[in-house]
Design a protein around this ligand. Structure first.
Ligand SMILES: *Cc1c(COP(=O)(O)O)cnc(C)c1O
Length: 219
């Protein structure tokens, strides 16, 4: 199946999940996670109309995207992977949205990077909903303090993001992230991947991050 067909199938599934949840498809942004896939695999999706993409490494995005952006200047690039503080400035230059703000020193580094680059990149705060620190994410107990710090630093926080534990039903974690976002007055919920984006939409996802279902397995 080619990229355009895969894309249209995912749009159909998103629309169906929205209908079941009494939501509008326009409320859900499909982030096509293109990490590890070369520019030649990404171009057909751009040709098919997809505009929002996700990468998990700053250097890979810097290498792959300038050429694609020349052809598709309205493409939007989201960082979905963990970010090292010393890469904050590069990330501010190359990404239009960051899904992985998860600790105080990254707040400081991003505030500095936004000042220096003159860019204010919207951010999701990643929450460690499954108590798996190796995946990144702010511990739930530290979320209020981190959000306060980000607001003080003028970082535009648009929502919360999570990567629930693999091999276990994700729905309770999505429901929990939705509740946390509501408690903190945040609209964005970045949750759901290839295996569970429909469930995530039913539970309030505004951004679903889909890689494998669009591009096939990563090598
Ligand atoms: C790779 C990745 C995805 C996409 O996962 P698939 O299962 O391939 O859809 C989503 N979110 C994050 C944070 C990722 O690293």
């Amino acid at each position: 199946m080619n990229a355009a067909l895969r894309l249209s199938e995912i749009h159909d599934r998103i629309a169906h999940a929205c209908k079941l949840a009494h939501r509008e498809p326009a409320e859900v942004t499909l982030v096509a996670v293109s990490k590890t896939h070369p520019a030649e695999a990404i171009a057909p999706l751009l040709e098919a109309g997809q505009r929002v993409f996700g990468e998990n490494r700053v250097q890979e995005a810097q290498a792959k995207w300038p050429g694609l952006r020349e052809r598709w200047p309205d493409a939007e690039l989201h960082l979905v992977g963990q970010l090292q503080s010393n890469k904050a400035e590069d990330a501010a230059r190359v990404f239009d949205c960051i899904h992985s703000l998860d600790r105080p020193n990254l707040v400081t580094a991003l505030a500095k990077a936004f000042d220096k680059t003159g860019r204010q990149v919207p951010c999701f705060v990643q929450v460690d909903v499954g108590e798996e620190p190796q995946k990144g994410g702010c511990p739930v107990s530290e979320l209020p303090a981190l959000l306060a710090l980000a607001r003080e630093a003028d970082i535009p926080i648009i929502g919360l993001m999570c990567v629930p534990p693999a091999e276990i039903e994700a729905a309770p974690f999505f429901a929990f992230l939705d509740k946390l976002a509501r408690d903190h007055g945040l609209d964005g919920r970045s949750m759901g991947m290839s295996g569970d984006y429909e469930t995530a939409i039913m539970l309030g996802a505004t951004h679903v991050r889909v890689g494998t279902a669009l591009f096939g397995a990563r090598g």
